[in-house]
Design a binder for this molecule. Structure first.
Ligand code: SF4
Ligand code: SF4
Length: 248
């Protein structure tokens, strides 16, 4: 079945714009108070830099710029493919960091410390602080402020108000920048599909995703700094085990 991608993209853009408005309206005092009350303290276990704890990092364009200067080979297309055109090309917003075969970040050292600590990614500086809505254990969608609450680190440390405000400001800046980049990607995708008269065909997306999961290279267009860059999606570069029939 052939489908115009435009209505779906329009709905997604509207939803993200609403999310952005809700983010900006989130009560500042409440966020600062939660950060103080939780009193999170990192124990430097390094688990958040591995697949044990997290999927791929969401890099902002400023993060990608730094990695391009330091180690361009560490970048791979962000493997979140929801859009595919009728020629079989996948689309994604930006890059992520390559993972090693053991599921750890390209930059995690053998001592479980970040080898680029001073230049680490924006999300790495904030983690585990966050501010977005997602389903909880009971499935209800609500705001989440701390990732993996009670599953890592230590709690009830004393965090001064001024420090909690700095964290809250950094969280809001990051989340807003992330939403702005997602909205720009979807708007560019919508314009690209309209201009090139491309169609979204779910069956072709399914076929390309199956090829990707089998470890076959699949063409992808990566949205970066206002344009689509040609690339190849390869699940082995993402530290994923190719899925073969009969193997679990
Ligand atoms: S860049 Fe550094 S801090 Fe960020 S996930 Fe990789 S190893 Fe961890
Ligand atoms: S943020 Fe959490 S998972 Fe990451 S190193 Fe610190 S305690 Fe470990």
């Amino acid at each position: 079945m052939q489908m115009s991608a435009t209505p779906r993209l329009t709905r997604m853009i509207e939803r993200l714009n609403q999310e952005r408005e809700a983010l900006l309206a989130y009560p500042w005092d409440e966020l600062v108070t939660i950060i103080q009350e939780v009193g999170f303290s990192c124990t430097c276990c390094g688990r958040c830099c591995t697949r044990e704890f997290n999927g791929h990092l969401l890099l902002l364009e400023e993060d990608t710029e730094r990695v391009l200067e330091m180690a361009p080979g560490a970048l791979i297309p962000a493997p979140y493919f929801e859009y595919c055109d009728n020629t079989g090309i996948l689309y994604t917003s930006g890059y992520t960091l390559r993972m090693k075969e053991d599921g750890s970040c390209h930059f995690l050292g053998p001592d479980r410390r970040c080898t680029i600590y001073a230049e680490r990614m924006g999300i790495c500086r904030l983690y585990p602080y966050m501010l977005h809505r997602e389903p909880g254990e009971d499935g209800s969608i609500d705001w989440r402020q701390i990732a993996g609450l009670n599953q890592h680190g230590e709690y009830h440390d004393e965090i001064e108000r001024v420090e909690a405000e700095k964290i809250a400001a950094a969280v809001l800046t990051y989340e807003e920048a992330y939403l702005a980049e997602e909205i720009a990607f979807l708007e560019a995708l919508k314009a690209h599909f309209q201009k090139e008269k491309l169609r979204h065909i779910p069956k072709i997306l399914d076929q390309q995703m199956a090829a990707f999961r089998r470890g076959e290279p699949v063409p992808v267009k990566i949205y970066y700094k206002g344009a689509f860059v040609d690339g190849i999606a390869d699940c082995r570069e993402s530290g994923m085990e190719p899925h073969r029939p009969g193997k679990r």
